[in-house]
Design a protein around this ligand. Sequence first.
Ligand SMILES: Nc1ncnc2c1ncn2[C@@H]1O[C@H](COP(=O)(O)OP(=O)(O)OP(=O)(O)O)[C@@H](O)[C@H]1O
Length: 824
Amino acid sequence: MGKKKTESKSKSFAYAIGLRNILESETTGFFTGLFLLALAVITIIAMVSYLYTGQADQSVLESMRPGEWLNQHHEFANYGGSIGALTSYYLMTVNFGFPAFIIPFFIILAALKLMHVYSVNLWKWFLCLAVIMIWSSVALATFLSPFAGDMVFNPGGAHGLFCKQFLENLIGPPGLTAVLLIVALAFLTYLTSETIEVVRKALNPVKYIRNKVKFTVTDKTGDDADDDVSTFDGYVEEETVVNHAATQEEDEAPRVVDLTDTTQGQQPNSAAEPGDTLHVTNANEVKGDDTTLVIEKTKQEDEATGNIVGEEDKSQAPINPWDPFTKYKFPALTLLKRYDTNASIDMDEIKANNARIIEVLNSFGVQISRINATVGPTVTLYEITPAEGVRISKIRGLEADIALSLSALGIRIIAPIPGKGTIGIEVPNKNPQIVSMESVLNSKKFQTTKMALPMALGKTITNEVFMVDLAKIPHLLVAGATGMGKSVGLNAIITSLLYKKHPNELKFVLVDPKKVEFSVYSRITSHYMAALPENEEEPIITDVQKVVRTLNSLCKLMDHRYDLLKKAQVKKIDEYNDKFIHHKLKLTDGHEYMPYIVVIIDEFGDLIMTAGKEIELPIARIAQLARAVGIHMIIATQRPTTKIITGNIKANFPGRMAFRVASQIDSRTILDRTGAEQLVGRGDMLFLSGGDPVRVQCAFIDTPEIEGVNEHIEAQAGPVEPMELPEPDDPQGGVGGPSGDSNLGSLDPFFDEAARAIVITQQGSTSMIQRRFSIGYNRAGRLMDQLEAAGIVGAAQGSKPREVLIADENTLNVTLAQVHGARG
Ligand SMILES: Nc1ncnc2c1ncn2[C@@H]1O[C@H](COP(=O)(O)OP(=O)(O)OP(=O)(O)O)[C@@H](O)[C@H]1O
C-alpha cells in the first residue's frame, strides 16, 4: 500500500512539474537526436584524425596514468582531443579496425530517426550493421593484414585479429575463408533471395551462357507450360521449368530452333503467330542440323512464335509472390474440431410445426395447397404454396399476426420467397446443430474457390456453405447484441482468410478496444499484420489515438497505391499485381507487390463515441476509395444506432452481417429492414449484400482452435515483422474545420463527397452543393474553387453551372488520390 502511495505521489509530482511531458515530447526527441548527431560527427572526425595521429597518440594511450586523459598538457595530437583519441583507440585498435566507422554511422541513423527526419527500422539496421561490422572486421584482419605495413592498428582491429587467429587455429586458413564466405552468402540471402540464383548461375556458368542464347525450345512449350502451373494460380514453378528444359535437351530439342528459319524460308511474307502449328510439323524436318546454325537462328524462332520457355524466358518466369517463403504450409483442417453433423431429423417436431402453421394460416383465411420443409442446421424453412386465388400480398399483410400466433422466438416470414411464388416461414429447431468451421472449410466450394478474399461464413438454411468475397463486397458492417455471436463471426472470417491467403498476400490491421478479443492473434503478428513502426511491438491496436493514426496512415497508403496504379496504367489491385508478377512493372519505379489489407475494427461504437469525426472521416474516405487498391474494412458494433452507424458510414459499407439485435430499430439501422431482432442468437445471422438478406448459421470456431491455427502459422518460416505502414500526415492538415481558402493545402471536409456528387450527377452547380450539404453560399463557393483547382470542374461561367471535367467515378478516384497524395 505504502509503496503504491509513494509511486502515485512521485507520478503526480512528475506530472506536476511537467517532467513527463518533457520526457515524452517530440522536442526532447529532437534534441536528443541532435546531440547524438553531433556526437557521431565528432567521433567520425576523431576516427579519421586517428588514422594520421594514432601513431603519436598510441604510446601515450598505452602508458597512460590516471587523470592523463584530461589532456591538461596537450599530450594528444588527435583532432578530437584526448577523448577523441581514446574513443578511436578503443573502437579501431582494440575492437573493430576500419569497420568501426559503422558505429558512428548507426548513431547518425538513430539520431535522424529521433529527429523524425527518416523513419527507419532501427532494430533491422542494428542487426545488419552489426553483422557487417563483425564480419568485415574478421575479413579485413584475414585478407588485409599482410598489406597493413606499419599501420598503427590492424585493419580488422584486435577483435578481427583475435577471431581470425582463433578460427585459423581451429579450422585452418581454408576453413576460415569458407566460414567467411558462407556467412556472407547467408547474410546476402537474408537481404535478397536472388543471391541463391546468382550463386547457382556462378556454379554453372556454362548452362547460364548456353541458355542465354536460347538453346532449349520445343514445339510443346506452350502446352506443357500450361500443365506445369503450380498449386497457386498462374505461376510456373522454377524447378518445373528447369526439368522441362532438361527433357527438351534430351530430345535434341535445341535443333528445333532452326525450324523458324525454315518456316521463314517457306513463307517469307507471313509472320508466324504465337501458337502457330507450323513449327510442330517442321520440327522433324530440321533434326540433325549444325549446332552453330541452331544457336544463331534460335533468336528468330523466339521472336516469331513468342511461345518459348527457355532459360531466357525462365528469368522472365512470373515472379512468385510467395517468395521467399515458398515453402509456407497452410494450416491443416485437422487443427479444427469436428462436430457430429449427422443428427437425425426430428420428424415429430416437423409434423407439429407443420400442423400449427396450417392451423394459424387457416385461422386467417389463408388456404394452403402444399408445404415443404427444409431442415437446416439451426432453422427449418417451411415453404408454403398458397392455394389458388390466395394473394401473396394478403399474407404479407398478416406477417406480424402469423409470427405472433406461432409464438416462437426466431420466426421469420419471407413472403414471397424471392424468385418463387411461395411463402417461407423459418422456424428454429429445438436441437440446433453446431456448424463447425471445419465442415465449412472442408467443402469443395471453399477449397476450389477463386475468390480473392474468400470468407466462409457458415451454412444457409438449405445446408449449403455460404461464402462471400470480401474483395467484391468490399466493406462489411457487423452488428449484434452482446453474446449473439459477433466475435465468433469475426474469428470465422479471419480463419477462412488465413486458410487461403499466404502471409505475403494478406495483411490484417486489427483494432480491439476491448483488448481481449483479438489478443489470440498476437502470435501471428509478424506473418499477417500491418502496423505503424511505433506499433510494431504490439500491432493489435487497443488505443483510440493509435487507431486514428493508423487510419490516417492507411489513407496515405491508399493514396500511394493509387499513384502506383496510375503509373502502371491499371485500375485495380489484381490487374496491378498481375502486371507486377509478369515483369511488366519496374522495381526501380517504386513498384512492389501489393498484399490485400483487411482492417477489422471491433467495438466500433466505443471508438466513435470517444473519437467521433477523427475516426469517422478516415474510415469514410477509405471505404469510398480503397476498394480498388485492396484495402477492405470490417467494422463491428453491439449498438447499431444511427449515432454510431452514421449515414456516411452506412452508405459506404454495402455488406451487412446482422446477428440478433435488441430491437426493430437496430435491425433497420443495420439492414434497412426488420428481421434481425427475430433471430435466435448463437451465430444465427442475416447477411445482406445488395438484394435480399440470406439467413445463415455462422460457422463456430473456439479459442483453442484459433490458437492451434496460429501456432501452426507461427512455426512456419515467414515475415519476421509486421508490414510497415507509412507515417501518417499531420491529422490537422485539412481534415478539420471548414476551410478558409481555396488552395488545396486545406481542403474542405466535404471535398471528396462534393466531388463525387458532382461527377455522379455531372452537374457543377454551386447551389446543388449548398443544398446537398446544407452549407452557406460562401463555403460552397470556396468548395467549388477547390474542386476547380483540383481539375474536377472547370472555371466559373457566371450564373451557369461549371463544366464537369471528370467523366466517371474511377477517374475521380485516381484524381482524388493524387490530390491527397500531393498534399501528403
Ligand atoms: N456460430 C455459433 N455457433 C454456436 N454457438 C455460437 C456461435 N456463435 C456464438 N456462439 C455462442 O455464443 C457465445 C457468445 O458468442 P460471442 O462471444 O461471439 O458473442 P459476441 O456477440 O461477440 O458477444 P460480445 O459482444 O459480448 O463479445 C459463444 O461463447 C458461443 O457459446
